[in-house]
Design a protein around this ligand. Sequence first.
Ligand SMILES: Cc1cc2nc3c(=O)[nH]c(=O)nc-3n(C[C@H](O)[C@H](O)[C@H](O)COP(=O)(O)OP(=O)(O)OC[C@H]3O[C@@H](n4cnc5c(N)ncnc54)[C@H](O)[C@@H]3O)c2cc1C
Length: 298
Amino acid sequence: MYNQFSKELDHLNIDYSRDVPMKEHTSFKIGGNAEFFITAKTTDELKAVISLCRENNIPYMLIGNGSNLLISDEGIKGAVIRLEGDFKNIIVNGDEIVAGAGASLTKLCLDAYKASLTGLEFGYGIPGSVGGAAYMNAGAYGGEMKDVIVSCTHLDKDLNIGTFALDELDLSYRHSAYMKDEYIILSVNLKLKKGDSTSIKARMDELMQKRMDKQPLEYPSAGSVFKRPEGAFAAALIEECGLKGRAVGGAVVSEKHSGFIVNKGGATCKDVLDLVKIVQDEVKEKTGFELHREIIHI
Ligand SMILES: Cc1cc2nc3c(=O)[nH]c(=O)nc-3n(C[C@H](O)[C@H](O)[C@H](O)COP(=O)(O)OP(=O)(O)OC[C@H]3O[C@@H](n4cnc5c(N)ncnc54)[C@H](O)[C@@H]3O)c2cc1C
């Protein structure tokens, strides 16, 4: 089955590798092998890859930059697909931008700044792709993707191209309509405002400095592990419970930002999951708050 699948990918000239360690493709540096790691450079290639996966009964999943993922130590059966090539294009037209889902969010923020467009400063330094940021409704420092997205173009499960306007995207805290069904975001349409490039750059630098001061960027992680519970902050609750520095194997609750779990070397997915459980149980017992995971475990 796999040989036939490989042959068909070769025949279509689609780039792929076999048995790829997912720790090389996630910011956590954790995860076993993906049986196939495929890059799609155009929408036609993407459709062809998905059709081939379905015909050959190969399960598949899409990743962006892998910055919100905790991949299992056993790896991923089937194919991991990443968007490259045309999906990295960013086109600025007046105060509107069309960004490919595979583009880096930080590059998008820089392009907006270069065009003197304000509204995306919050996203500078979030290490995701544009598609991943729309899927997660990524946000920081009072801003979120919801504030700047006009619509998203996607591939639905019947491989038709469609568009969701902002009201259909159902964007809320780390949530989008794309979580409910099988969609692949192809591109994101944004509307920003004309601004002053010096102030835009100053705000971006200020927020980047805050990230460097507050976040343990020297270690691999997937950012904040838990969603913000109603009426409290996850990091403050974790600190209050004395959990800073608590470790399981190579996974450690960061001393610098207790909302982060960092990989201090050789952490496994199991280490992280066990530590997550310890944190959830102790926080619940001592404060009554339930912490829910923001990072996605696959
Ligand atoms: C140091 C650090 C700091 C961070 N700071 C922040 C922050 O301030 N705010 C914040 O919100 N997040 C933050 N994050 C988390 C992460 O960067 C965001 O959630 C980001 O939006 C994830 O994008 P990604 O491309 O890496 O997606 P991935 O992690 O690769 O995937 C996340 C989910 O999105 C889906 N997905 C990705 N692309 C597509 C697509 N094109 N179509 C459909 N589904 C898709 C995947 O299937 C997966 O389910 C941080 C992470 C790190 C490591």
